[in-house]
Design a protein around this ligand. Structure first.
Ligand SMILES: [Zn+2]
Ligand SMILES: [Zn+2]
Length: 142
């Protein structure tokens, strides 16, 4: 879904959209870097110097609640935000913290987990950890 379609859907639900909020959404749709709220703030601030971190957090919360973005939380580290709301897998560099999409079909395991656990399964999250190619070039692995 592109920004115009998302804006239209949210407007139909009565969500007010400022140019700042639109810039946050557009950045998340165009980037593949899975930015933190702070990175989104610095990006949007370049265009809208008056934007506040509060606006960033409010907008991210709203977009997440309406199912237009994903929040990937990492315990005590900052959350990363993803403009692709469909479940997909990620690979994380343990050295530089880069988060990249891993393009592969979803594992068909929700039914198995439901049978084993008795839970109603809402989804699953899968991440791989490693050293990205740029970090591999930085210094030899020992
Ligand atoms: Zn790396
Ligand atoms: Zn992603």
């Amino acid at each position: 879904m592109d920004a115009i379609e998302i804006l239209k859907q949210l407007k139909d639900k009565g969500v007010r959209f400022t140019p700042q909020r639109q810039a946050i959404l557009e950045f998340l749709l165009e980037t593949v870097s899975h930015p933190t709220a702070d990175e989104i703030y610095h990006h949007v601030k370049a265009k809208f110097p008056g934007v506040s971190l509060g606006t960033i957090y409010n907008t991210l919360k709203m977009l997440k609640e309406h199912g237009h973005i994903l929040e990937l939380s990492y315990g005590d580290m900052s959350s990363r935000f993803d403009g692709n709301p469909q479940n997909h897998y990620h690979i994380v560099c343990s050295k530089c913290g880069k988060v990249a999409d891993l393009h592969r079909p979803l594992l068909d395991i929700n039914q198995e987990v439901r049978e084993k656990s008795g839970f109603i399964i809402m989804g699953h999250r899968l991440e791989f950890y490693g050293i990205c190619s740029e970090c591999q070039n930085d210094e030899p692995l020992n």
